[in-house]
Design a protein around this ligand. Structure first.
Ligand code: MTE
Ligand code: CO
Length: 431
């Protein structure tokens, strides 16, 4: 089922994807006497029922066959994917979380999108150190076992790259939520409070900013205000209960809840304490938002309220025919919890409140569902998230009006999927 739609728009910038649809047709979701598809009702002579299958006839693998488990071979297509034309090489590049194949709120470790500026550092934890220097009473160097002696905490947080949905500023382009929205993952981190480590070193009164640095070939650095560091930042060594994956910064990464992914320094090896920001590359030429008048918004750290429908979506069409249908998606806000998600099936003319389900944590993704009867007519699906502080996800046009179209970063506009009468789904915009 995935075959025709698992790849993004193609090897070159494909502007034919960019479909603007004038005023959405009155898309139908009117209740039809709904039943489940015939297959679910059981067809006479179905070999899945009448035949004894091999897995029923023969013994399976023993407990020594899979010392570290992996998904069923039938799930082999559920993988991170990249967009080859997006970056010049695969080392300083990005791949995307297959959001359309996931449910619940936790992203499995092997499917968390990756963004590396200098490839994956393969670090021997015994040779890894974290150094604290600068405006501190006692510059310190920690080995991994020293870090693990601070009190530990567990928190579920989303990480979203500031460039998520960045290719969509000038119109609908990439055909699948994996590619338009897949630079986000949601993980339970185990770690220690950054504040506890800083206190051990003793902050000088003039301390105001931190410069965390990565041990990878990009030696990534970002200026982080001390207030945020002392509020909720973690130095994490576990994700979803096991050691961080090398892709995610093994053995140590900075967790900066609700703030743009670029600040979550992976392979964390040093934190310099200073009294002002450093204005390094990643906060001047990159990760700033170029406005229509040529000026740039800087230090736009918080990831604003956002949502996307993950099913149906271009890689996951409505293939079961008319009748009972589950629409689902994700919503998140860097400010806190999600309090409501609205869903429209007619391009934003009418809205209904979706059902939030699963744990609701601050600065974590939330799962929503909208259960409805599809009568087989075309739909224009949209979702709109609202967070606990009343922030409402804007339309893409409202964002463009405020910020122009030059930016790559911080696009949290409302996404539209067009569903055809055949159930196929496409990335579109309604003008
Ligand atoms: N840290 C280091 N040391 N090197 C990097 O290339 N990439 C940053 C950030 N931290 C990066 C880094 C960017 S831009 C993002 S979006 C996140 O890590 C991506 O985290 P992930 O690979 O776990 O998805
Ligand atoms: Co990023």
């Amino acid at each position: 089922m995935d075959k025709p739609s698992e790849s993004p728009s193609g090897p070159v910038l494909n502007l034919s994807r960019r479909r603007l649809l004038k005023g959405a047709a009155t898309a139908g979701s009117a209740a039809v006497a709904g039943t489940l598809a015939p297959a679910a009702a059981g067809a006479a002579g179905d070999p899945a029922i009448t035949e004894i299958q091999d897995w029923n006839r023969y013994l399976g693998d023993g407990v020594d066959a899979r010392p570290y488990g992996s998904p069923s071979q039938h799930e082999a297509h559920v993988i991170r994917r990249n967009v080859p034309w997006l970056t010049a090489d695969p080392v300083s590049s990005v791949n995307f979380t297959p959001l359309h194949k996931l449910d619940g709120i936790i992203t499995p470790n092997g499917l968390c999108f990756e963004r590396h500026h200098g490839g994956i550092a393969e670090i021997d934890p015994a040779a890894h150190r974290l150094m604290i220097n600068g405006l501190v009473e006692r510059p310190l160097v920690f080995a991994m076992e020293d870090i693990k002696r601070f009190p530990r905490y567990n928190h579920v947080y989303f990480l979203e790259c500031a460039a998520n949905s960045g290719m969509e500023w000038r119109g609908a382009q990439l055909n699948g939520c994996q590619f338009t929205h897949g630079m986000v993952h949601n993980v339970m981190y185990t770690g220690v409070k950054l504040g506890d480590i800083l206190n051990e070193a003793g902050l000088k009164p003039s301390a105001k900013w931190l410069l965390p640095e990565g041990a990878d070939a990009s030696a990534m650095t970002r200026s982080v205000p001390l207030e945020k560091a002392l509020d909720d930042c973690l130095v994490a060594f576990c994700m979803n209960g096991e050691a961080l994956r090398p892709e995610q910064g093994y053995p140590l990464r900075l967790v900066v809840p609700g703030w743009e992914g670029n600040m979550w320094i992976k392979w964390l090896r040093r934190i310099e304490v200073g009294d002002q920001p450093w204005h390094h590359r990643e906060e001047t030429s990159k990760y700033t938002d170029l406005l229509a008048d040529g000026s740039a918004r800087r230090f736009t750290w918080t990831m604003d309220v956002k949502s996307v429908i993950t099913n149906p979506s271009p890689q996951a069409p409505l293939d079961h025919g008319r009748g009972q249908t589950v629409l689902t998606g994700l919503a998140w806000s860097g400010h806190g919890r999600i309090s409501r998600v609205d869903v429209s099936v007619d391009g934003g003319r009418n809205w209904q409140t979706a059902r939030l389900d699963g744990p609701s944590y601050s600065k974590s993704v939330h799962r929503f569902y909208h259960d409805f009867e599809w009568n087989g007519s075309e739909l224009f699906l949209q979702s709109r998230a609202i967070d606990e502080f009343g922030n409402v996800q804007p339309t893409k046009n409202a964002l463009r009006k405020a910020r122009g179209e030059n930016s790559i970063y911080h696009n949290n506009g409302i996404q539209t999927w067009h569903i055809g009468e055949d159930g196929s789904a496409e990335n579109v915009e309604i003008s």
